[in-house]
Write a new protein. Structure first.
Length: 151
């Protein structure tokens, strides 16, 4: 009796598989989606605000009255001049005063030049705040741009 041979189903080599037009279109679409997502999320915090904004963008948020501004300078600096309707919480006190900051609105952290505000932003992000940014250039730049200042 002759020996039966079983035939394996033919396999398409990988190189042939990727030459199919439908596969190529699908791969191009997938790559385009991944690139679009990376571009849309680059430089942004998880809440949608970039990690840092300039004073013009901060002023837009200020005018909309929807953002909460927290100034992390010291009391003496605040007394010299500050942005009206902001809340003073010195950087050293920020971790102990998180309950004074709303979680349901965008937060803009400001300081004199922009260095401490970045630290304040990071403290808030580590505490679970998601929609938070810092203002580059600080209130010094804000004042130089002619935006409202309260002596």
């Amino acid at each position: 009796m002759p020996k039966k041979t079983t035939r394996r189903p033919s396999r398409t080599p990988v190189s042939t598989f990727f030459r199919r037009p439908g596969i190529q279109i699908g791969l191009v679409a997938l790559v385009a989606i991944v690139i679009a997502l990376l571009v849309l999320t680059s430089g942004q915090s998880s809440g949608g605000l970039p990690a840092e904004i300039d004073s013009a963008r901060a002023y837009d948020l200020y005018q909309q009255k929807g953002a909460f501004f927290v100034d992390v300078r010291e009391q003496s600096e605040w007394d010299s001049f500050h942005i009206p309707e902001t809340t003073l919480i010195p950087l050293g006190e920020l971790p102990n005063r998180l309950n004074e900051i709303p979680r349901d609105q965008p937060i803009v952290v400001v300081c004199r030049s922009g260095n401490r505000s970045a630290s304040g932003r990071d403290i808030l992000k580590q505490a679970g705040f998601t929609n938070v940014t810092s203002m580059a250039g600080g209130v010094t730049n804000w004042k130089a741009q002619g935006y409202p200042i309260q002596p």
